[in-house]
Design a binder for this molecule. Structure first.
Ligand SMILES: Nc1ncnc2c1ncn2[C@@H]1O[C@H](COP(=O)(O)OP(=O)(O)O)[C@@H](O)[C@H]1O
Ligand SMILES: [Mg+2]
Length: 259
């Protein structure tokens, strides 16, 4: 499991009107820690995640994974987006084993881990189904299993449940809590949803308006294992109120309206 060190990371998208997206962000994520990056749309969350993933270049600063400068995208970092881009012509099992097959992993090895991961995400009985036969939540489960078979040292998730209906989102949050409880992978989870951030994370990093800085970090000392029942506890509501206040200060309505 990876330790991630981000120091003074800046990003300007070049162009006729350069966009200043990140303003010298520094953040350390401990091995096995689950952190949430929280902020409204357009504040720079995906930019930060894409730099961690190796999809996007940085303008200044440094990102290290276990002490090594982060390179281009690789299987050590599993990335999950809002939509799982599955191969529609492959079964669930073949989608999930695609990565290890391409890497030349031996068949008995990848078959075992694929079965384990499909069981972990509750899709044991759907190994031979095609993506078109699955609901949105199930497709996202395949997306998670597909990343987990690569045994990533960190999971980078960009609003992975943002396109799901409220009920499905809750069950996916519980699923992710279970997966993390079991695998203890380092997770960086991007969301604009306060409930989601508090429920899942050990630490919530609230981002400022663009160009993004970390406006405030709040440790979430709710006991684990957690479940969606925690959403209504007094301790949970206190965290939520505190974060809403920080969000209000960091993102005044006037500034948002002017976007
Ligand atoms: N490839 C790009 N080129 C130019 N500007 C971009 C690009 N990607 C994102 N931006 C801009 O950078 C800012 C931050 O975007 P993003 O990181 O996607 O925010 P978030 O994920 O928080 O919604 C936005 O103003 C967005 O328009
Ligand atoms: Mg985004």
């Amino acid at each position: 499991m990876a330790r991630i060190e981000i120091s003074s990371l800046a990003k300007v998208y070049p162009g006729p009107k350069p966009v200043n997206a990140l303003d010298h962000v520094s953040l350390d994520v401990a091995e096995g820690e689950f952190i949430a990056l929280l902020g409204p749309s357009g504040c720079g969350k995906s930019t930060l995640l894409n730099i961690l993933a190796g999809f996007e270049s940085k303008t200044e600063g440094e990102v290290r994974f276990d002490g090594q400068p982060v390179g281009k995208a690789g299987p050590d970092r599993g990335v999950v987006f809002q939509e799982a881009a599955l191969f529609p012509w492959l079964t669930v099992f073949d989608n999930v084993t695609f990565g290890p097959r391409m890497q030349g992993v031996a068949k008995p090895v990848y078959e075992k881990i694929a079965h384990d991961m499909l069981a972990l995400v509750g899709l044991r009985d759907f190994a031979h189904a095609y993506p078109s036969q699955l609901s949105g939540g199930m497709r996202q489960r395949v997306g998670i299993a597909r990343v987990l078979v690569m045994k990533p040292r960190a999971l980078l998730m960009d609003e992975p449940f943002g396109a799901l209906d409220a009920q499905t989102r809750l069950s996916m949050q519980e699923l992710l809590l279970e997966v993390w409880q079991r695998l203890k992978t380092t997770v960086v989870f991007v969301t604009h949803d306060i409930d989601e951030a508090v429920l899942l994370a050990d630490r919530v990093c609230i981002m400022s308006a663009r160009p993004a800085r970390i406006a405030r970090q709040i440790n979430i000392d709710l006991p684990r294992p957690r479940s969606i029942d925690d959403l209504t506890t007094p301790a949970f509501i206190r965290y939520k109120a505190e974060i809403m206040q920080v969000m209000r200060d960091a993102h005044p309505a006037k500034a948002i309206a002017a976007e």
